[in-house]
Design a protein around this ligand. Sequence first.
Ligand code: SAM
Ligand code: SF4
Length: 466
Amino acid sequence: MSAVQQSPIIAEEQIQAVLSASQDVDAAKVREILAKALELKGLNESEVGVLCAVRDHDLREELYHTARKVKEEIYGRRLVLFAPLYVSNMCANECSYCAFRASSKALHRRALTQEEVAHETEILINQGHKRILLVAGESYPKEGFSYVTKCIETIYSVKNGPGEIRRVNANVAPLSVEEFRDLKAAKIGTYQLFQETYHQDTYKSVHLAGRKRDYNWRVTAMDRAMTAGIDDVGIGVLFGLYDWRFEILAIMQHAAHLEKEFGVGCHTISVPRIEPALNAPLSERPPYPVCDDDFRKVVAILRMAVPYTGIIMSTRETPEMRSETFSLGVSQISAGSRTNPGGYTDGEEEYDGSQFSLGDHRTLDEVVRDAAQLGYIPSFCTGCYRKGRTGADFMDLAKPGLIKNYCDVNAMSTFVEYLQNYASAETVALGEQCMANILATMPEARRKRAEGLMSRVRAGERDVYV
Ligand code: SAM
Ligand code: SF4
């Protein structure tokens, strides 16, 4: 093993020590930790190490059961929806798992023009989306990084009938503080960036060329984003590159570092698993594949470890796995996604131009219907970001449980808006039934507030939120 350069944020030796100390599972200890998780104050690294080692079937069920309770307590039944918008697949890096890597000649390269970005946005608006995650490879057309801020401006400028995009998040390569300031000025919601793997040797072995080879430039990106005033940041790992137990502990260290330095940890955590990608052999045979059982554990443990941080599940996963993990901890999902630039206009392509193959091919309407049938309220809310409830202000409301007074009612009003303008008749019927069931379980004050907002939407008002 090569000498590991000291990372300013991730203490690898400490993580390995926690993992080796927690190999023998003591059921009493596990139950003690699960009881602590129910206090909703999160868990420390050694507690998480113990949970990672749980294999026994019954204990694992207890772990899932506790995660479900934590999820229900904090997030209730709402599920936030978004769509990715891939604006470009041009890239100067060599990530051995990604179809966009520079040396791949087979990929059809494309950076959308602003007209094309507007057209893709219009399609998403017409489906009923309100949140977009802009995604790009790490190489921009001739105008450089300002291409990205122009795309954001374009997305916000598109209006169609009652529809518009109200929040643009972005997943783009690490930036300088100055560039992050530009991103903030473009009114970005969350800045999202995955470390891929926090394990330095593995990081070096899978990032073969380009700026992305620099581990520290990437791991310090969120510090620069926060320095520039972006206080909602989303971190993540590409599961399959290295041991998932190590990665979970590293995610916790990263979040703790941000909390210590900036007074607020990360807003979301994403849990992508490697999917097959064109000309990316590593994607077909990930070195540390995460099986479905372990993947459920990843979500459940994260839910208990950092209870107030959103967990995002993309359409890389199948509908079955997505539904299962809603109850274990997932709070945001993408729907109807395409991972090729121009994909909403051109339709889904198995590979040509796409970043990876999808596990869930359903339309937004189908995903919404399925969620409603399972008793979840699909939420199109963008209220917190637009009311300035971000960063530490968001956490101040979330931790004492006050955020439900906003999220639950806004979920209902935005869902009514969706049902009125975009849903199929079948989805409307299921959605109305689901809302009636949820209203019946709400505390009276919140229910009245929700009903007030919902009747304004039913009367024709749009974009109603608190
Ligand atoms: N180019 C930027 C970067 O690498 O950070 C941002 C966009 S990149 C397209 C977004 C994410 O896609 C990466 O961070 C990586 O985790 C994920 N990804 C790449 N290849 C993948 C694959 N084969 N399966 C699943 N996710 C993949
Ligand atoms: Fe480029 Fe990002 Fe894909 Fe790496 S993961 S090849 S940086 S688009």
